[in-house]
Design a protein around this ligand. Structure first.
Ligand code: UD1
Ligand code: CA
Length: 473
């Protein structure tokens, strides 16, 4: 039987799993203006990691319970149109939080409760909980911790069945000795969970409605409660302060590095790489130390990345070499590129095969044709550069007049002498040569030498002024 308020029942049958994500807490210990679930972990908000896990489950739909910074959290995920939110204000505990989500939950199927600040749990770890819930049981994901302080303890009966969960603050000294703790993550048949959270009371040490009390309610109804122990305690680590966040960052980065190594990538030091997004690599890619990858980065076969490079939202063609300290953002490079050291490629850069962009050269919103080179100290902005063009040291495209940007066109086989300014809009014809030091304000004809520098003169007999010896008085 579906409840009338359920958003899932109107157009489609209930999904295999309805996921409630608790994200209303304040996160006081982060000491931040940013709501805790928006704090970035590997470049993605904590809540984003939890959503990725939920989406990896077969046919799951999510309701996020927001409270502190609710508006900010909603806005951060506005593009996820499938996502539903509900507001919890004031925050009266984890059970109260689930109560707020109930009107959005279908009575059929199962509900999985995840925490917005427990970001590393994997879909494969959750599947046994969902299976138990589909079979009609309440399932609790548990973990054994050497230092269980602060966590809810799992109390099992003589037969080993979970009989209840007792919060640290409510526990007796004997219960505090239990090292199996509640991860907080549970799964249950939807109708039963909705019934139980409606029966919760707040007569406990914290005066809160504890979600954990559903265990005792399930047992009172004679229902099975499965405590499902997790293999990897790291997966259940929560984020309460920046120390824990920093620790989790290392765990995520280690996962990234291990995946890359398994995929055949050479990492000169697996501990010194940071992936804040998605890094895809072909065969025989080699990455030196201290590199940061953000957004979506693709490195084709045989790419080598030197130390301390930052690559964001870019694709690098086969056998290219990115030398040390280069910064690449929003660029597309075809095979055989030679970039850096100390090069900067900005959004809209497109490099054809075998292009060289050398030290202290910046390229923005420009295309360079096959085998063209800008090897030293240049700025190439809003330019279309043909093939086999040589851009001499210190060349500047003057693309901005203070109000608008203008394009520079340099045709195939042109040679741009050093220290040249190209005042856009301007065109350099095919095979043209610009003399060093030229300030080009009009188009340069194809095949000819254009030079704007003043003619050189030598003054015969000229004497450099000399200091007069001071008169002794
Ligand atoms: C909870 C569990 C505890 C478990 C621990 C694991 C309860 C009563 N206790 O305790 O057994 O060992 O997690 O980390 O469930 N939240 C809301 N609204 C609220 C309160 C909390 O959305 O009113 C959210 C928080 O944002 C957070 C999560 O629920 O994402 C957990 O809340 P927290 O206060 O950290 O619970 P713990 O006391 O750690
Ligand atoms: Ca907590």
């Amino acid at each position: 039987m579906n409840s009338a308020a359920s958003p899932f029942s109107e157009s489609s049958p209930a999904p295999a799993a309805q996921v409630v994500i608790l994200a209303a807490g304040k996160g006081t210990r982060m000491r931040s203006r940013l709501p805790k679930v928006l704090q970035p972990l590997a470049g993605r908000p904590l809540l984003g990691h939890v959503l990725d896990t939920a989406h990896a489950l077969h046919d799951a739909r999510c309701v996020v319970v927001v409270g502190h910074g609710a508006q900010q959290v909603r806005e951060a995920f506005a593009q996820e149109t499938q996502l539903r939110f509900c507001e919890q204000s004031p925050q009266l505990g984890t059970g109260h939080a689930v109560q707020q989500a109930c009107p959005q939950l279908d009575d059929s199927g199962v509900v999985l409760v995840l925490y917005g600040d427990v970001p590393l749990v994997r879909a494969q770890t959750l599947q046994p909980l969902l299976d138990a819930a589909h079979a009609g049981a309440l399932a609790v994901l548990t973990v054994r911790l050497a230092q269980p302080a602060g966590y809810g303890r799992i109390v099992r009966d003589a037969q080993g069945h979970v009989s209840r969960i007792v919060e640290h603050k409510d526990a007796t000294p004997a219960e505090l000795g239990i090292d199996e703790v509640n991860s907080g993550i549970i799964a249950a048949p939807a109708a039963a969970l909705k019934r139980w959270v409606g029966q919760l009371r707040n007569d406990n040490a914290q005066g809160e409605y504890y979600l954990t009390d559903v265990v005792a309610l399930a047992r009172a109804e004679g229902l099975a409660v499965h405590g499902v122990p997790a293999d990897d305690a790291d997966e259940l680590l929560g984020v309460n302060d920046r120390l824990q966040l920093a620790h989790l960052e290392r765990v995520v980065q280690r996962r990234h590095a291990e995946r890359l190594l398994r995929d055949g990538v050479t990492l000169l030091d697996p501990q010194r790489i940071d992936v804040r997004g998605e890094l895809r690599c072909g065969h025989d890619v080699r990455i030196d130390v201290g590199c940061v990858f953000e957004g979506r980065v693709e490195l084709a076969d045989g790419v080598q990345v030197g130390p301390h490079c930052v690559l964001r939202d870019c694709s690098i063609g086969a056998d290219s070499r990115i030398e040390a300290f280069s910064h690449i953002d929003g660029a597309r490079c075809e095979a055989g590129a030679r970039i850096g050291p100390y090069a900067r490629l900005r959004p809209g850069t497109q490099l054809a095969r075998d292009v060289h962009v050398g030290n202290f050269t910046e390229v923005k919103n420009s295309s360079l044709g096959e085998a063209s080179k800008a090897n030293h100290l240049s700025y190439v902005g809003d330019a279309s550069v043909g093939a086999r063009v040589n851009i001499g040291a210190g060349t500047i495209t003057c693309n901005y007049d203070g109000a608008a940007k203008h394009r520079t066109v340099i045709e195939d086989d042109a040679f741009i002498g050093s220290d040249t300014q190209l005042v856009a809009p301007v065109r350099v014809g095919r095979g043209a040569t610009l003399g060093a030091g030229t300030t080009l304000t009009r188009d340069a004809p194809a095949g000819e030498l254009t030079v704007s520098r003043a003619r050189q003169v030598s003054v015969a007999g000229w004497q450099r002024p000399r200091k007069q010896p001071s008169n002794p008085t």
